[in-house]
Design a protein around this ligand. Structure first.
Ligand code: SF4
Length: 226
């Protein structure tokens, strides 16, 4: 059932991408279009990009975006993707001149974290890394019952994303990279981290950390989700 939409929902925009008002002046838009209805916010948002803490960051992020493609000189229809996400993260760190980088990772991705840490360190970065189980606090401390744990009947440390963030804050990291944090734990890390953050990979235990695999197969193998 498609619900009539009053609030912002660009995901349901009915127009071809090239024809939309957010892509070209005088373009098409639905009744709930935020480009038209939220002009009062757009002005304030633009002003935020002028702030010293955002200006260069925003500029370099958009340069990084463009540089993610080759063949730009041949026209938009001929561009090709050029860089993996980890390359982009390294390049962005270099563009921003960051020297001290935090890595917040999940215990389930400790091998990947070791590889990422070694790679980043080999590029001359000072790496501060913090595992999700940091401090080894029992899950009972946040109210979990034994049957709510993974290893029922055994001691189990909770994921501690707030402490992960606080430790990286304490070490004064300039930029943080998230690697495989759980749904919700990543939210808390992002809520408490002082430095700007990016995500190298999100956790998906079933798909080898490729959550879009389930999205791409929503009409076939994952149709039961709909
Ligand atoms: S901003 Fe407006 S035109 Fe652009 S996708 Fe959203 S609803 Fe569609």
């Amino acid at each position: 059932m498609v619900v009539e939409q009053k609030s912002t929902n660009c995901a349901r925009c009915p127009f071809k991408i090239a024809d939309r008002v957010c892509r070209k002046e005088g373009g098409k838009y639905p009744d709930n279009c935020p480009t038209i209805l939220k002009k009062y916010l757009a002005k304030d948002a633009l002003a935020e990009y002028s702030k010293p803490e955002n200006a260069n960051f925003a500029r370099q992020a958009s340069i990084q975006e463009s540089e993610g493609y080759t063949n730009r000189e041949l026209g938009y229809s001929r561009v090709r993707p050029a860089k993996t996400r980890i390359e982009e993260i390294l390049e962005f760190i270099s563009k921003m001149g960051y020297k001290k980088v935090g890595l917040a990772f999940c215990v389930g991705l400790r091998k990947e974290a070791a590889a990422v840490e070694a790679l980043f360190a080999s590029r001359g970065l000072e790496m501060i890394s913090a595992i999700c189980k940091i401090a080894g606090v029992p899950k009972e401390m946040i109210g979990l019952k034994d049957h709510e744990k993974i290893a029922i009947g055994e001691p189990e440390a909770m994921c501690n994303p707030i402490l992960q963030a606080e430790v990286l804050n304490d070490e004064k990291t300039e930029f943080n990279v998230l690697l495989g944090l759980c749904v919700g734990h990543d939210s808390l890390f992002l809520k408490y981290a002082s430095a700007p953050c990016t995500v190298l990979a999100v956790k998906d235990r079933v798909t080898g950390h490729n959550p879009l695999a389930a999205v791409y197969t929503l009409d076939s193998y994952y149709r039961a989700l709909k």
